[in-house]
Design a protein around this ligand. Structure first.
Ligand code: AMP
Length: 289
């Protein structure tokens, strides 16, 4: 596995691969790799000639300085895991190389980024849209792999690829969970043992809401109340938002038909976690707010 730091060098290496007719699978991450990232890499490995992992803690997508500085950066361990997962290239640029002095251009996030994470983390999705556009220009992958866990980010990236025409396909990989259901996340390492137990309410709230919907209860108010009740069971948990949305537009549903997506964001102590679940409504029922 080759470790590349320079964006220009990355671009020319990738150009050579494409000239040789090789397909490129790309997994962009912020590092602190876990089984979720490794699942994305495994998909990329199966479906492409070459696999590229990027690790870049992108400063422009953090709306809180402290979240950025506290973000874990175990680079040597990550490189070992990437090698074990048979990545061919590890692209790990510095912030100064990605945003050199004088950098001015940003990518405006699409409308579907306004709500939820977009509302609670001002500027976050502009940072995501900008860095993903830059990474796509450098790597020009055949297939880009993203995780369903960050459902709004995944939709934003699908939309961005649809709108800006990079020659890339997006594959969204289902969420990988701990045995007890907690969605794998680099931020989980910050949880104390008590918080780790409390964090379970995030997925439990989704499951409880999912069960309600499957049993035919599609009234949004009732579903959201159930999610709030479950989160309130954990002393260190504070719900930021819970939502029942259309899986494509991410707008709140008023009439639940077919598939809906549940979204949740909650603070567990000083750590913010998000999760999501796709649920099929058994019968179309009018939903009320
Ligand atoms: P991050 O390093 O958190 O920016 O995540 C890099 C990529 O891995 C994103 O596309 C995430 O959606 C994806 N990812 C993160 N956690 C998981 C998970 N538990 N299961 C599947 N994909 C994940």
């Amino acid at each position: 596995m080759r470790i590349i730091r320079s964006p220009r060098q990355m671009q020319s290496e990738m150009l050579q691969l494409r000239r040789r007719g090789l397909t490129i699978g790309f997994v962009p991450t912020m590092g602190a790799l876990h089984a979720g990232h490794l699942r994305l890499l495994a998909h990329a490995r199966r479906q492409n000639d070459r696999v590229i992992l990027s690790i870049f803690v992108n400063p422009t997508q953090f709306n809180q300085r402290q979240d950025f500085t506290r973000y874990p950066r175990p680079f040597a361990r990550d490189a070992r895991l990437a090698r074990k997962a048979s990545a061919d290239y590890l692209f790990a640029p510095t912030a100064r190389e990605m945003y050199p002095p004088g950098h001015q251009t940003t990518v405006e996030a699409p409308a579907l980024a306004r709500r939820w994470e977009g509302a609670y983390r001002p500027g976050h999705f502009r940072g995501v849209a900008t860095v993903v556009t830059k990474l796509l220009a450098l790597v020009q992958p055949t297939i880009l792999y993203v995780g369903e866990k960050d459902a709004q980010q995944a939709r934003l990236i699908e939309q961005l690829v649809e709108d800006l025409h990079p020659a890339t396909r997006v594959i969204v990989v289902p969420t990988v969970r701990e045995p007890d259901g907690l969605a794998m996340s680099s931020r989980n390492t910050r949880l104390s043992p008590t918080e780790r137990r409390d964090a379970l309410v995030v997925f439990e709230a989704l499951q409880a809401a999912g069960r309600l919907i499957k049993s035919g209860e599609c009234r949004r108010g009732v579903v959201l109340r159930r999610m709030r009740t479950v989160v309130a069971r954990a002393p260190s948990a504070r719900l930021e938002y819970a939502a029942v949305v259309d899986p494509r537009t991410l707008e709140p549903v008023t009439v639940a038909r077919g598939q809906v997506r549940l979204l949740i964001a909650a603070w567990i102590g000083r750590t913010r976690l998000i999760d999501t679940l796709r649920v099929r409504c058994q019968r179309p029922v009018r939903c009320q707010g």
